[in-house]
Design a protein around this ligand. Structure first.
Ligand code: ADP
Length: 472
């Protein structure tokens, strides 16, 4: 099959969160299954053109935008069997941040139109658009006669971000304004528009696919999603097991694996030294890597931190996000007596050193479509402590409940006492038996979260999408 991906971010070119991990590794897994995959990304200003050999000489097109036409270049590279096309227009698309600029809505609408223009000459079998940034590509394709044989798949990586904007944006890229019932008079909701017009809608775990039909997790789109429930599927994310491999990772202090776990202790020692923590092999080190936003359960984390530190734990936190939460963490670190090492920023290398050097990884998210932190943690032999929600509930099994099948610790009710209890149980397990703990670590490292199975499920989904399109 000829498959086209469109996304705002993809590792290693541009990464903010889990979407980049998926868009940077699922295409390769599909290519390895014999499919022809092209990934479209906006050429953000932050993408290192020299490093990735993105040249200035490239084919270009004149893309209609409002009443004018805009010249767009399409430089491309091939990496691991996947063609990556960077959509380039410095004025309309080149920004220093992937998200958070005042013109995000227009910028990504223009990105969709520019991708659409590039598809018309040789229509692919499948257009697979990811999250709201690529969402308007779905109705563009669905309406185009020239692309009548192309099926569309839309994947929701996070329903909370819908790209709601002024309805006038639609006209700029040639889409009709006809309002959806959930849109108010002057508004366009790109994510909702993709949900109603895609042949198939998917999300990144089976559990989240069910949760988003409810009032609690539906983010006002539960009604729209319920109408499409027969076309809505959940496929759990995999991770790039080559990029995330403690046996070969050069960014960490020592190499190790399930059969040879010794290097993990060296990684822990190196992390404690780097963070100015007491170098103590018996102190449980808890890691946190993630966006410091409400979704990630920062309120529970900040509430639980003092007790965790008082009970002899150490905490290493890496993240950026909400300024109010950043300030709270700074205050906590200042009062922690050197037991909490806080780094505010985005640092892929440090993230790896934390995954490798920690004993446990905290992820008490309020909601979590899939979550990759817990999967990367497994790979590095670091045991997750998570809220039983979304992809976390699907991938983490509590040791105290599931015994020898357990791979982490979890709590059901979103409450500080429940999180405290899970942390206390984890600490107890860590301290009670070195042997049992080592066995748990080895078991976590042996879990298979590579793309293999999930990539095959996407192929099945594409086949279903083709059938749906044909029938239509
Ligand atoms: P989300 O996509 O909601 O941010 P995920 O758990 O799905 O959360 O994916 C987050 C990804 O981004 C993981 O690969 C994580 O390691 C990485 N990440 C998040 N914050 C940082 C940071 N501050 N520095 C480096 N990597 C980060």
């Amino acid at each position: 099959m000829q498959i086209v991906f469109a996304a705002a971010e993809a590792a290693p070119y541009a990464k903010v969160g889990g979407l980049a991990d998926v868009a940077g590794s699922l295409p390769q897994a599909l290519a390895a299954l014999g499919h022809d995959v092209t990934l479209y990304l906006p050429l953000h200003r932050t993408i290192d053109r020299a490093k990735f050999q993105i040249t200035d000489r490239a084919p270009f097109r004149s893309v209609p935008y409002g009443k004018s036409r805009v010249r767009v270049a399409y430089p491309s590279v091939v990496r691991d069997g996947v063609r990556v096309v960077f959509v380039r227009n410095d004025q309309r698309l080149g920004r220093n941040r992937v998200y958070g600029e005042p013109d995000d809505a227009k910028r990504y609408a223009f990105f969709c139109r520019a991708v659409f223009e590039d598809l018309r000459d040789s229509p692919p079998d499948i257009v697979h658009a990811h999250d709201w940034h690529a969402a308007l590509l779905v109705p563009l394709v669905a309406r185009a006669r020239a692309l009548a044989a192309t099926s569309t798949v839309f994947t929701i990586h996070n329903l909370a971000y819908q790209g709601r904007t002024a309805a006038s944006v639609l006209a700029l890229i040639g889409l009709p304004r006809a309002r959806l019932p959930i849109e108010d008079r002057t508004e366009a909701n790109p994510m909702a528009r993709a949900i109603v017009s895609a042949d198939i809608v998917s999300t990144v775990s089976e559990r989240y696919a069910k949760e988003i039909l409810t009032d609690e997790f539906g983010e006002r789109l539960q009604g729209v999603l319920r109408e499409r429930r027969r076309r809505l599927f959940g496929i759990v994310n995999g991770i790039d097991t080559v990029a995330f491999d403690p046996a070969t990772d050069r960014r960490i202090a020592a190499r190790y694996g399930a059969d040879d776990p010794g290097g993990k202790a060296l990684c822990k020692e190196a992390l404690q030294k780097e963070g100015g923590l007491a170098v103590d092999p018996r102190a449980p080190v808890f890691g946190v890597v993630g966006r410091l936003v409400e979704q990630k359960g920062i309120d529970l984390l900040t509430a639980a931190a003092p007790k965790l530190l008082d009970s002899g734990g150490q905490l290493v936190v890496l993240g950026t996000g909400d300024p109010a939460y950043e300030a709270m963490w700074k205050a906590l670190a200042a009062r922690s007596g050197g037991k909490l090492w806080l780094t505010l920023g985005f640092d892929a290398g440090l993230a790896q050193r934390i995954y490798a050097g920690s004993d446990l990884f905290l992820m008490p998210s309020r909601f979590e479509p899939c979550g990759l932190g817990q999967l990367i943690s497994f790979r590095y032999g670091t045991i997750p402590v998570v809220h039983e929600v979304g992809g976390l509930a699907e991938t983490v099994r509590d040791v105290d409940r599931d015994g020898a099948r357990g791979n982490g610790f979890s709590f059901a009710e979103y409450a500080t006492v429940a999180f405290d209890d899970a942390i206390a149980r984890a600490m107890r397990a860590y301290r009670t038996s070195t042997e049992a703990w080592s066995e748990l670590v080895r078991r976590a490292m042996r879990e298979d979260h590579s793309w293999g199975a999930s990539a095959k499920r996407y192929v099945d989904l594409y086949k279903t999408a083709s059938r749906v399109r044909k029938a239509a």
